[in-house]
Design a protein around this ligand. Structure first.
Ligand SMILES: Nc1ncnc2c1ncn2[C@@H]1O[C@H](COP(=O)(O)OP(=O)(O)OP(=O)(O)O)[C@@H](O)[C@H]1O
Length: 339
């Protein structure tokens, strides 16, 4: 699709299969919101096509598109209860009042909001309001769900909870979801595929781990540089679904994510003597990429990971593809949170 807004031009191709969750990432002014607005029908295409389930969409007005939208600032109807906000979509689609309200009640229940059905939006917390907004979007059974910075307005604690919930709902969602975010962590946790836009064009797309290991631009290297794993937490340890355990500062139990930036990894050629065996892994260098004055090393082995080091350090270590190294990360540099 091609979309002109003043002097700015967005020129991108986006394809997704049912069940895919795509994250659009990019610096300010890259065109993320423009892309979302074009998909929703709020901004017209200059050229190109949109197809959803094989049906052309570009001439369908926004209100007739099978598209649900969740905005950062919820945009709930202030004069309607949570229940009636969610019932609004099914009602517009022709459901009887009783049926629309029954569907809405089921959605609120699924979001853990059954007790807040009668509350007006101003009585809801940010996290609750955002879950109502998600329920309202899902209640229309959209074939395309658009989420514009859905977690940005939430405080850090609420963000963790809503992110975990959103993740579950997106995993169950059978159609296509497109998420715009500034936060690489949200993108990597929530999406199967990242699409990075700069200056109105796609500069890279792929799986989160793949992009973190092989960033194609300096912006992507800085932004998406995150090692992210999933496992089962037990106290200060997260045992990964595939691979070893990682010691963390946070104490958790149950399904969890662990993340740490490539800059938190220290590499050694020889096993560091006296080092504790915690968060120490034997790895092999697969690739090296230069970004500014940093080198990102792509490692496989006990734990696949990305490590950043200076060009001087890389030369001193004599790193080259195939080299065996020991990688270590301090527990204080890792961050664990519920999955
Ligand atoms: N209504 C408008 N008229 C003209 N130009 C616009 C309009 N809205 C946005 N633009 C321009 O389009 C470009 C892309 O903006 P867009 O909001 O899509 O970027 P973004 O990636 O979502 O940025 P941000 O992360 O800051 O929200 C910017 O250069 C912006 O100045």
């Amino acid at each position: 699709m091609i979309v002109d807004r003043g002097t700015f031009r967005l020129d991108m191709t986006l394809t997704a299969a049912p069940g895919d969750v795509l994250a659009l990432l990019g610096p300010n002014g890259a065109g993320k919101t423009t892309a979302l607005r074009a998909l929703a029908g709020l901004t017209p295409l200059t050229d190109g096509h949109l197809r959803l389930d094989g049906t052309p969409l570009e001439h369908t007005p926004p209100e007739s598109r099978p598209v649900g939208v969740v905005f950062q600032d919820y945009l709930l109807f202030p004069h309607l209860s949570a229940l009636d906000n969610v019932a609004f979509g099914p009602r517009c689609q022709g459901a009887s009042k009783a049926d629309a309200r029954a569907q809405a009640a089921a959605w609120l229940d699924r979001m853990g909001l059954a007790d807040h059905a009668t509350a007006r939006p101003r009585r809801l917390s940010g996290g609750q309001a955002q879950r109502v907004a998600l329920a309202r979007a899902l209640a229309t059974r959209p074939r395309l769900l658009l989420l514009d910075e859905p977690l940005a307005a939430l405080d850090a604690r609420t963000r963790l909870d809503v992110r975990a919930q959103l993740r579950r709902h997106l995993a169950e969602f059978e159609a296509v979801a497109v998420l715009v975010t500034h936060d690489p962590l949200d993108a990597m946790v929530l999406a199967d595929r990242l699409v990075v836009i700069e200056h109105g064009r796609v500069v890279q797309e792929g799986g989160p781990a793949d992009i973190a290991r092989h960033p194609r631009t300096d912006y992507i290297a800085r932004l998406v540089g995150l090692n992210l794993y999933r496992g089962q937490a037990d106290g200060h340890t997260v045992r990964l679904d595939t691979g070893p355990a990682i010691t963390t500062t946070e104490e958790l139990s149950g399904p969890a994510f662990v993340a740490f930036p490539p800059s938190a990894v220290t590499l050694f050629r020889d096993r560091p003597s006296g080092a504790s065996a915690r968060n120490l892994w034997h790895c092999e260098v697969v690739g090296l990429e230069t970004h500014g004055d940093q080198i990102r090393a792509d490692l496989t082995g006990e734990l696949p990971l990305a490590a950043d080091l200076t060009t001087v350090a890389a030369a001193e270590l004599g790193l080259h593809p195939g080299a065996a190294v020991w990688a270590t990360v301090k527990a204080t540099q890792t961050h664990a949170y519920p999955a």
